[in-house]
Write a protein that binds this ligand. Structure first.
Ligand SMILES: *[C@@H]1O[C@H](CO)[C@@H](O)[C@H](O)[C@H]1NC(C)=O
Ligand SMILES: *[C@@H]1O[C@H](CO)[C@@H](O)[C@H](O)[C@H]1NC(C)=O
Ligand SMILES: *[C@@H]1O[C@H](CO)[C@@H](O)[C@H](O)[C@H]1NC(C)=O
Length: 223
């Protein structure tokens, strides 16, 4: 099954964009991270998680848009079982610190759009998109599984691009200056303001990761 959307939806996205004020974001970036790679870079306990988890849902413009809009777990009470599983805090298991951080940094900016203007709307939409994209199943389906053997970057990118019909942004950790192997870290899938798939831009960088090198082999580390 392809997630390509009919032309009608693309036109709707274009007109919604045309009506938005110029300072408004016009793209949402659904960011997944691979826990094993994250924990090789950050000081977290080695997680027992063997699937891609959510890092965040980021508008392409704006950070920290409303300091007085505090994160409140009670507002997303019904989402917590899914949040714990799909969007875990890898640094502090069972804490809501990561969600609080993502809400203040990105959620308060996403909330400029009526479709995302509450904590419940923001977090539930992120979970909905994460499940709809279902990256874990798609990678497995096309035999991209954590392995001691290396992948070609072009193979990995092609699987994602062919399935979703849009360009993802795939980031790696480059372990050493001379190391010729890069470690798969983060996969971003982008959406329009009305939540249809869009190409991501590869050049925007978010350390400590950078866009994977086209030519170097990719290590997708198993637990
Ligand atoms: C890790 O997950 C496996 C499979 O779900 C489970 O059998 C094991 O007990 C877990 N280990 C820890 C430390 O949670
Ligand atoms: C910031 O958040 C507060 C609390 O939700 C809200 O009352 C206020 O209208 C928001 N400000 C802006 C500029 O959106
Ligand atoms: C958190 O949200 C709940 C439910 O909407 C509300 O009753 C409570 O007052 C909020 N707490 C704070 C500190 O804003």
């Amino acid at each position: 099954m392809s997630l390509r959307y009919p032309l009608l939806f693309c036109l709707a996205a274009v007109s919604a964009f045309a009506m938005s004020p110029p300072h408004m974001w016009n793209k949402l970036i659904l960011t997944h991270h691979w826990p094993n790679t994250f924990c090789s870079v950050e000081a977290c306990h080695h997680p027992n998680i063997t699937y891609w988890t959510l890092h965040g849902l980021w508008p392409n413009k704006g950070i920290l848009c409303n300091a007085s809009w505090h994160f409140n777990t009670s507002e997303i009470q019904d989402l917590l079982p899914d949040m714990d599983k799909s969007w875990p805090d890898l640094l502090k298991p069972a804490s809501s610190g990561f969600w609080k951080y993502e809400w203040s940094k990105h959620g308060t900016c996403a909330a400029k759009a009526p479709a995302l203007n509450s904590q419940h709307k923001y977090f539930s939409k992120a979970l909905e998109l994460y499940h709809k994209v279902d990256l874990n199943s798609i990678l497995r389906k096309f035999d991209i599984i954590p392995s001691e053997k290396y992948y070609k970057f072009s193979q990995l990118e092609a699987v994602i691009e062919n399935f979703y019909g849009v360009t993802p942004k795939i980031q790696c950790v480059h372990p050493s200056k001379n190391g010729d192997v890069q470690v798969l870290a983060q996969i971003e899938i982008c959406f329009s303001p009305d939540f249809s798939l869009l190409d991501c831009e590869k050049e925007i960088s978010s350390s400590p990761y950078s866009v994977c090198d086209e030519d170097a082999p990719v290590y997708y580390p198993p637990l």
